[in-house]
Design a protein around this ligand. Structure first.
Ligand SMILES: [Fe+2]
Ligand SMILES: [Fe+2]
Length: 319
């Protein structure tokens, strides 16, 4: 159902687009880093392809930062979904451990973005429109690459240090980025509650998978962290089942959102403390459980939390 009260003006198209790239282009760039570190030496071509995607997403982020200074939403800048207080250190540690160069100036610039104070430049829309098209083309290619690697892994043609489920997870996130971009490009503004349902269906599953992936990358001796991850996975699984229950009345839906906020805060706390412990070398784990991976999943939790906490306000759940 279209809620005309929430139909945005041009400023919202610009703001929503840039907010989205500032979050999701960084997420995609990091997926490229995770994939690149996961390939074995014989699959150098795949590692090089992943590197190319990383560099191309750097360009998208730089452009979004350039256009997004003084246009980004205050909610987004405050949420922690773009950069946390650990992102810079996680990047430096990951670069040291993997040898993959990570441009930290982009992170510093993103952390210093200033919010929109109602001064969005009037001629900016065509540039944002072009950036959206560029990001859509790149993300379509990247989703295809993820899908191809997953097929190769499933057919036992290659072996990598990522679980097949992780490729599936990375693929789903690329598809979701494309989906939201398509909504924005088509000015397809939907009722906030309908949009929240889609967001919830997607992110509950993603949060459950994060807990499962982290648990399996931990050393088995890390019993407490493994146990906590299992608990969190079960919590999100229950929330997914509740949402899929038939005929959920509005009052129950609001209660479910409150439960979701509590669960998302718990998983964010878990990811945040795990990142600190990994940065301090206090966790035994497989190499793929880097502080950049846990910080990455933390930002995804913050993104989801912001959507949950602001869903009543406006279109696309972003306010
Ligand atoms: Fe991700
Ligand atoms: Fe994720």
């Amino acid at each position: 159902m279209l809620d005309t009260a929430n139909v945005p003006m041009i400023g919202d198209f610009v703001r929503e687009s840039l907010d989205l790239h500032l979050f999701f282009a960084r997420i995609m760039k990091e997926h490229a880093i995770f994939m690149q570190t996961g390939f074995l030496p014989k699959d150098l071509t795949y590692a090089q392809q992943a590197e190319q995607f990383r560099c191309q997403y750097d360009e998208i982020i730089k452009e979004a930062i350039m256009l997004g200074d003084c246009t980004a939403s205050m909610d987004v800048l405050k949420s922690g979904e773009l950069v946390t207080d650990k992102t810079l250190r996680a990047e430096q540690k990951t670069e040291m451990l993997t040898g993959i160069p990570i441009d930290v100036t982009i992170t510093m610039e993103e952390a210093n973005l200033k919010p929109d104070l109602g001064t969005i430049p009037p001629g900016i829309e065509p540039q944002v429109n072009l950036l959206n098209q560029k990001a859509m083309a790149l993300t379509t290619d990247f989703a295809g690459f993820k899908e191809h690697v997953l097929e190769q892994v499933n057919q036992c043609c290659i072996t990598t240090n990522l679980f097949p489920m992780q490729y599936q997870h990375l693929y789903k996130e690329a598809e979701f980025y494309l989906k939201v971009l398509t909504w924005i490009q088509n000015h397809q503004f939907v009722d906030a509650r309908v949009n929240l349902l889609e967001q919830k269906l997607f992110w509950d599953e993603i949060m459950r998978e994060h807990a499962g992936i982290i648990r399996h990358l931990l050393d088995p001796s890390e019993k407490e962290l493994c146990f906590k991850a299992k608990e969190l996975a079960l919590r999100f699984e229950k929330l997914e089942k509740k949402l899929k229950g038939e005929g959920l009345p509005a009052s129950s839906f609001e209660k479910l959102v409150r439960e979701n906020i509590a669960a998302s805060i718990s998983i964010a706390d878990y990811k945040s403390s795990s990142t600190e412990l990994l940065l301090e070398c206090q966790i035994k784990a497989l190499s793929m459980l880097s502080p950049l991976l846990t910080d990455h999943t933390l930002r995804e939790a913050y993104y989801y939390l912001r959507i949950l906490q602001t869903w009543k306000i406006g279109y696309l759940g972003n306010g």
